[in-house]
Ligand binder design. Structure first.
Ligand code: CO
Length: 146
């Protein structure tokens, strides 16, 4: 495994609308994308851009995540963390299938098969109990799936 760029930090929230106001007015975010539904994963998401080292808006993003009706995992997270909270961290890799094989070889529990994530590229998650207590998302970059 070769550690790639930290693409985004997932933050669960009971209300993306309220969180957008927070990131704009408290944190000074200037580039907040339109929220959209990811029905396959039972969530609504909204990306907030942060600047990179060069000052351009190409840094790590914040991924605001709100559960859609029927979603169990994010809703459960919000039951334990009613104000919302940090949910996962997402790192980029060039080859999602190679990364999955490498994690599995190290005995890490990959949660499901690679699937299309919020950026339209393949992603998978690795169990936090195998990853120092942090839910890790691995995301393929380079070739857009759609
Ligand atoms: Co994510």
């Amino acid at each position: 495994m070769k550690l790639g760029r930290l693409n985004h930090i997932g933050v669960a929230t009971p209300s993306i609308a309220d969180s957008v106001v927070f990131y704009r007015d408290v944190m000074g975010a200037t580039k907040i994308h339109e929220p959209f539904d990811l029905p396959d994963q039972g969530v609504k998401v909204c990306f907030v851009d942060t600047p990179g080292a060069d000052g351009a808006m190409n840094g790590t993003q914040i991924e605001l995540i709100e559960p859609l009706p029927g979603n169990a995992s994010i809703a459960g997270f919000l039951e334990k963390n009613p104000a919302g909270g940090q949910h996962h961290m997402c790192y980029e890799v060039p080859d999602i299938h190679a990364a999955k094989a490498e994690f599995e070889k190290m005995g890490k529990r990959v949660l499901g098969e690679p699937r299309i994530g919020a950026h339209g590229t393949l992603i998978f998650f690795v169990h936090p109990k195998d990853m120092q207590g942090v839910l890790i998302e691995i995301m393929e970059v380079g070739v857009k799936a759609h």
